[in-house]
Design a protein around this ligand. Structure first.
Ligand code: S3P
Ligand code: PEP
Length: 409
């Protein structure tokens, strides 16, 4: 489905949006719930990535298809490998077969896992025969994806002696590793992260039965962008969020201050307000700890006519698409001048936005969601708009509730 989007007639926005649980927290808790039955999860994400995780965890045999879900692919690889009696072919979308997994497979094999590549060495699909893993220590490169590390940490408490992990090289997406460890903490599972070593103790039961998932901060980023592009005086209230978040993308509240968006908490609601403040002059952000908001920030800057320099983007090329190339292509179609390297993006300040451009989305939910706020500035089309279901199926109806016009093409 391709759509044409227009902004609300009144650019002075006042509205409330309720966003479902973080898909990162949800998929971790689902795995922990499979290891420690009886865990009650409240405010679970309604994303497709969480649905495929739930369905995958119910299987022991046959083919498990996790579509585009990176977390499900990596977390289920570790889970199935550690479950005796399991015999599955774990696969995903065409893009998933291009997203590397060799680092995780090597680490699991060093613990005793029986995993083989069904097609290309180092990539899904994987044939996994679950068994009791005897190893208790391993090491792995930490600069490609933190999901490999989280996958190992999540199964660690179910191993006989727990796990000692040595992280090699510069550690990327660190807040996601800390999120995993914090959830283990909440459940009373001993763990320690010192220098480049993480240890997790074995556990046979957990001390908490009910876990409430905070809403998704990456999804909130699109509303930050909308408020930044709206009239001063605009305000959106998002629920339900905490001041002390486990999600690294909560750095949005600091970053968007530079674009004139003030954040206030009231109970579990987040109030975003567009102030009169002029955007900062030098906009340079290292997003190695918050890679999923890179597209949102680049598009906000473009919508405001600002230049920016984004660094720490080395993981973007192995996500749902090569996000650096996708951003360069699509911002370019709107009239932007963008330079990219393997880990950075430079956007030049611009004076206008071309109208009626169709934004290609490359099977990437964040391409669709990040470009949509530009409807506040121009008429824009989004190709294959259904891609948003990966993390935020209600995105388009939530935009319509804010007054955005949406027409199927
Ligand atoms: O652990 C997680 O839940 C995630 C980790 C990040 O991936 P990388 O560690 O591959 O950067 C992030 O981009 C992804 O959306 C979710
Ligand atoms: C990169 C993402 O997800 P994943 O790696 O889990 O597919 C994302 O949601 O932006």
């Amino acid at each position: 489905m391709d759509i044409a989007l227009t902004g609300p007639d009144n650019h002075l926005l006042k509205a409330q949006v309720s966003i479902t649980g973080s898909k990162s927290e949800s998929n971790r808790l689902l795995l922990l719930g499979a290891l420690f039955p009886g865990l009650q999860i409240v405010n679970l994400s309604n994303s497709a990535d969480t649905t495929v995780m739930q369905e995958g965890l119910r299987k022991k045999n046959g083919t498990v298809d996790i579509h585009h879900a990176g977390t499900a692919m990596r977390f289920l690889t570790a889970y199935f490998a550690s479950q005796p009696g399991t015999d599955v072919l774990l696969t995903g979308s065409q893009r998933m077969t291009e997203r590397p997994i060799g680092i995780l497979v090597d680490a699991l094999r060093s613990l005793g896992a029986d995993i083989s590549y069904a097609e290309k060495e180092g990539f899904p699909p994987l044939h996994i025969k679950g068994k009791k893993l005897e190893g208790k220590a391993t090491s792995l490169p930490a600069n490609i994806s933190s999901q490999y590390i989280s996958a190992l940490l999540l199964i660690a408490p179910s191993l006989q002696d727990g796990l000692e992990l040595e992280l090699v090289g510069k550690i990327t997406s660190v807040p996601y590793i800390r999120m995993t460890l914090s959830l283990l903490d909440h459940l009373g599972i001993p763990n320690k992260f010192e220098g480049s070593t993480i240890t997790v103790g074995a556990a046979s039961s957990v001390n908490s039965k009910k876990m409430v998932v905070e809403s998704d901060w990456s999804s909130a980023s699109y509303f930050y962008s909308i408020v930044a592009l709206a009239e001063p005086g605009s305000a959106l209230v998002l629920s339900s969020y905490h001041e002390k978040s486990l999600q690294g993308d909560s750095v949005l509240k600091e970053i968007y201050r530079d674009f004139g968006v003030e954040t206030r908490f009231k109970g579990h609601s987040l109030r975003l307000m567009r102030t009169e403040q002029k955007p900062a002059e030098v906009l340079e952000y290292d997003l190695a700890n918050a890679p999923d908001i890179a597209q949102t920030i680049a598009v906000t800057c473009f919508g405001l006519g600002l230049g920016c320099r984004l660094t720490g983007l080395h993981t973007l090329k192995i996500k749902e698409t090569d996000r650096l190339v996708a951003l360069q292509n699509e911002l370019g179609k709107l009239g932007a001048e963008v330079e990219i390297t393997g880990d950075s993006l430079d956007l030049k300040p611009s004076s206008g936005i071309k109208a009626d451009v169709s934004i290609a989305t490359y099977n990437d939910h964040r391409m669709a969601m990040a470009f949509a706020p530009l409807a506040l500035k121009t008429r824009i089309q989004i190709a294959d708009a259904g891609v948003v279901e990966k993390s935020y199926p209600d995105y388009w109806s939530d935009l319509q509730a804010l007054g955005f016009g949406l027409r199927e093409l």
